[in-house]
Design a protein around this ligand. Sequence first.
Ligand code: NI
Length: 183
Amino acid sequence: MILPIYLYGQPVLRKQAANVEMGKEELKQLVSDMFETMYNANGVGLAGPQVGKSLRIFVIDSAPFKESYPNEEIRKLAFINPVITKRFGEEQPFNEGCLSLPDIHEDVYRPTSIEITYLTEDLEEKTETISGCVARIIQHEYDHIEGQVFTDHLSSLKKMILKRKLTDIAGGKVRPNYKTARK
Ligand code: NI
């Protein structure tokens, strides 16, 4: 089932999300719905708050980066109750976008590598060290469950330039071609 995506300005995107505590069946359904919602909107990642659920969960699929990053492994994963335990490597820029901030794309600096502990959708605990574009997507999605969005990382000058666009999104003036939650 495709879920409506919550856009910038909606309070759920600013809340620190709570740990996922639900039955396996319910969790499988949520993960499946989140993947379907992400693919429908051509995203590479989607976090719980973006579908109105203030829960520590996100899904990613780095397949669209296959051509630009041919040497990197493609990962399709669901992260339940993840904790980034380390961030390391040089901070590098990457042009980020977000399904909750349609039509905004800006370079964001983040470390190249992370160590993350999480539960899979089968509730199996894993710890992995991840680099490259997958680490990039994970850090972006992790921000969402902490109540942050990628524009929070920009300089105050950049934020000022984007203010009008953000106000337009918050005011419902930007209509992406996927289902969104209306206020
Ligand atoms: Ni996002």
